[in-house]
Ligand binder design. Sequence first.
Ligand SMILES: [Zn+2]
Length: 457
Amino acid sequence: MRPTLFSLKRSLLTVAVLFTTTVSAFVYADTPIHPMMGDAPSVPKNIVILIGDGMGPAYTSAYRYYKDNPETQEIEQTVFDRLLVGTASTYPARVSGYVTDSAASATALATGVKSYNGAISVDTDKQTLPTIMEMAKKQGLSTGVAVTSQINHATPAAFLTHNESRKNYDEIANSYLNTDADVMLGGGQKFFPAELISQFEAKGYRYLSDFSQLDSVTEPKVIGLFAEVQLPWAIDEVGAHKLSKMTAKALELLSQNEKGFVLLVEGSLIDWAGHNNDIATAMAEMDEFANALEVVEQYVRQNNDTLMIATADHNTGGLSIGANGEYSWKTDIIRAVKSSPASIAANAISSENWQDEVISKLTFELSIDELTQLSRARMQGQDVMVTAIKKLIDNRSNTGWTTGGHTGMDVQVFASGPASKLFSGYQDNTDIALKIMSLLPKKAKSPATTTQVQSNK
Ligand SMILES: [Zn+2]
């Protein structure tokens, strides 16, 4: 009981603090906003939440150098540098220590309450917690998710539904029928069998199973599943820009609701590449997440009633920019890699001319020693070959990793648009949710609500 009471008190305290700092926001939220031409409202109509899964500060720094044009003196800013406003701690509920998983962190970001690792928007007593998406729905806003993992993976799940375990993929997929979410885009065909899809269709959803169908969609509701599980690595689909295209489409569809919308965009696979300690794949995922951020940044510039807020749920892999005692991080090596190590290894295993195969994808020169090591690894099978290729890239670029799991460091917070200043400085990940909740419309004084109140008497 004590931890729950404590966290409840803590949440109330935070709300009280937020209330005083955003008192004008609350006042305005109660009345319709009529922004004058060019004037941004103080409270957003639309909110876009972007999460780089596993994207600790080392990733955004690494991405800056990965994108740097070596021909110029200056080191160019990235979208992350432009939008940075603060930091957030990510620790889960006491019972799970200091290092969070994606489920507990997404629960914090979606509900403002800390829970145990594995929780999908339930508290430490496994009681359901109201989410930002549910609150938005109640006020007549549209909601949506666009992610590169399966849509029933931990992060989108915590925004859309509730479950005592992130591992209950089928239950989570089934529960999406009751979310009334307007746009769901990502992977996960494996968890949505034909029978379940026909239930979605009966509820008015259009189902897409091929990415090329996305262009033809002109109105919600839509559920688009473009892979069995997660989408392919961005590095293996150069020019596909799937996350940024899904993001643009989601914005187009959700903005049809005059009352506004809440959209969650997740660069899910940054984390997966981090778990694999795979720098080339991670940087390509970062690049596509940055593209999605730029799509939203552009939308916010053109629609001054839209707030964007981006963060990471935690840090993954303990990525180090520089390693082996050397003061150097060689991005030319990382940029030279043209396929994921997983795909290079698969091709090398099945090919007679495996050396040409590897050299054509790594595109930097390999020493005799390195080729010998790869040859030995190849004889031990695909997994060993993948590891050997990743090690080779790490050694040559001076990239370091400390773990195949998560680490407990704080993450960054990025924002732009109305009320974006609310997110500046240090905050806890639960504060991010509470601040977003404070910006949602208050209970509408519609006849429907009045009737409901009366009938409850
Ligand atoms: Zn992870």
